[in-house]
Design a protein around this ligand. Sequence first.
Ligand code: TYM
Length: 333
Amino acid sequence: MTAKKIFSGVQPTGNLHLGNYIGALKNFVELQNENNKCIFCVVDLHAVTVKQDPKLLKQNIRKTTSAFLACGINPKKSIIFNQSSVPAHSEGSWLLSCIARMGWLNRMTQFKEKAGSDKEKASVGLYIYPVLMAADILLYDATHVPVGDDQKQHLELARDISKKFNSDFNAPNFFQVPEPLIQKNFARVMSLKDGRKKMSKSDPSDLSRINLTDTEDQIITKIKKAKTDSDPFPRDLKSLNTRPEIENLIGIYCSLTKTKPENLFSDFNNKNFSYFKKKLAEVVNDKIFPISREIQKLNNDVEYIDKVLEQGSEKAYELSSKKIKQLKNKFGF
Ligand code: TYM
């Protein structure tokens, strides 16, 4: 089997959480360990599409890097870097914004959600954010992009931009058309407080998410307090359709233990929810607590983190500047 070329990114906008782990980081590590060529980026240029405190941003870039490493991304095997240190991302984004169509961007649901009711006040950066994301991916000829379900539409846009460029410039293979790698089941981890809302860094309630830096006790408390209902443990998949909070907790359990929900229905049949939650807290703690401890340790080693980013950026610079040169050449520059 030929090695895949993997690219993915995570925004440095606060603590990473269980959704980022299940939707993205866990899969990054598996892909790396299957000997694919992997590039993982702390997408700090994406972060500034909404206002950031510069000092905090700098800390968050390092913290996100610590989280990558603590989850098992190995800088000897994979390239880890931050986006703003490699100029090709900004340059490529401009060139690709001349390929992308307004109509395509107007359809992006994440922009609509993030901009809220007053779109006039959203930054232009927030609007063209998916074009920057396309540049990230296309600059490295990535064949596969592991992401959570919420990024699917952005990935489709990257594919559209790639195909349009190749066709407009009569260069059939210039850009790779990247394939999304999205976990088949439970690819969207939901808030612990509302099963219809995505688990997110920006939710004002810390009880809505499990942070990758939480302590064992915090994890136990958050799962204990997670919203459920008064019905007994479900017996089949169908009954989950109307019970989003239960579906989410079962999804977390299944994703972390690689089990099918069908097995849970028999294991927890006739047991009450507090028993399931106790088992779920054990499963989450087994995976997340060692990561949390490692993040705390790495956060104290700024010199090491900066070195990882610097060395990763050098490699990313080398790869992307070749592609940007070819791209500019295509435009006639
Ligand atoms: P970001 O920083 O919001 O999220 C990072 C990754 O975590 C996934 N994710 C989730 N998965 C499941 N359930 C959730 N609740 C959840 N929340 C987040 C996201 O799908 C993502 O994979 N635009 C991207 C970053 C990006 C990127 C790229 C990704 C920039 N350039 C190029 C891939 C390739 C973002 O904001 O992710």
